[in-house]
Design a protein around this ligand. Structure first.
Ligand SMILES: [Zn+2]
Length: 317
């Protein structure tokens, strides 16, 4: 294990933390870049996000009014993807999962051009990064409609994982069973956003119903020792985004974030950005925030970093 990461955490040096290899495996592609990358391209002064958002809707409207307004349309969308790869290179993110909705494939004219664009961005802006594309479904989607497009999309053998995102309460998770069985047939890794706004029971239900390998967020699991033990026994990984949780008011502060409890329950956890263009904290900052808040030790955070880097090995054929 590279002990330099622990040394740089203790030095509280963002610059040196940036030089160490890390992962980001919960990042929505169109929001995965850094604000300054977009503002210098758009020649616009972008305002800082508020310290806390009142709700997911407040966050979405803030994003539309303050960020998306400067990078609209196809050109703006592509620039935001590019920004995500540029950021991976800048912060030494050597394992990067970015999630895309099927509508984004249509937006660039279908799977062939979608794959071409992303392979070029990976090569040009982050050549040392292992890129793991993830196909995400809006929890409110028409699951039959999405299912009908799935074989065509997955036949390209490009996506490595599937996910369900957005409003956790939009419809029962079991409605996605057919989609997830199909994704499993294609040997994709199965993930879903759950236990962010929902409960510990929701996390367990989703993992059981969809046979998830990983949960995006999942922090509500900390409410139940029984469910934490169950997740640990089944080695279900939680991809946690501390700044997202704090800024959306789900967690009061870094100092009381449940990641510590979840980690000590023996559940594999990773630290991720979620929406860097909104929450504005890089992966290096995310680690430093938890260290500075005295939530976890440098040794523990280094172990978390190692868990994240292992993500790439799950996809080796
Ligand atoms: Zn997310």
């Amino acid at each position: 294990m590279d002990k330099n990461f622990e040394i740089h955490l203790k030095e509280r040096s963002l610059e040196r933390l940036s030089s160490i290899s890390k992962s980001d495996i919960h990042s929505h592609a169109g929001r995965g870049g850094k604000v300054d990358y977009i503002s210098s391209w758009a020649k616009a002064e972008i305002t800082q996000p508020p310290r806390k958002f009142e709700s997911l809707n407040h966050m979405q409207s803030w994003y539309s009014d303050n960020i998306k307004i400067y990078c609209p349309g196809l050109q703006g969308h592509l620039k935001r993807w590019e920004a995500a790869f540029a950021q991976a290179s800048k912060d030494n993110i050597t394992v990067l999962a970015l999630s895309f909705a099927a509508s984004e494939i249509d937006f660039v004219g279908g799977m062939e051009s979608f794959i071409k664009i992303l392979k070029e961005y990976n090569q040009q802006f982050a050549p040392n990064t292992t890129f793991l594309p993830e196909l995400t479904f809006d929890r409110a989607c028409d699951t039959e409609d999405e299912f009908s497009k799935l074989d065509e999309i997955l036949s390209y053998d490009f996506f490595k994982s599937v996910d369900i995102c957005c409003d956790e309460f939009a419809q029962p998770i079991r409605n996605f069973k057919k989609i997830f069985r199909k994704a499993k047939e294609y040997s994709l890794r199965l993930k879903a956003h759950v236990g962010e706004f929902g409960s510990a029971d929701d996390v367990m239900e989703a993992v059981e119903e969809l046979e998830l390998n990983e949960v995006h967020h999942g922090i509500a699991a900390a409410e139940s020792n029984y469910i934490m033990k169950w997740l640990a026994d089944h080695k279900i990984q939680l991809n946690i985004c501390p700044s997202s949780n704090v800024m959306l008011g789900i967690v009061e502060s870094y100092a009381v974030h449940p990641i510590r409890k979840i980690y000590h329950a023996g559940i594999p956890v990773t630290i991720n950005t979620d929406d860097l263009l909104i929450f504005n904290q890089t992966i290096s900052q995310e680690y430093l925030n938890l260290y500075t808040a005295n939530l976890m030790t440098a040794e523990e955070l280094n172990k978390v970093r190692e868990i994240g880097l292992k993500e790439a090995s799950y996809y080796v054929e």
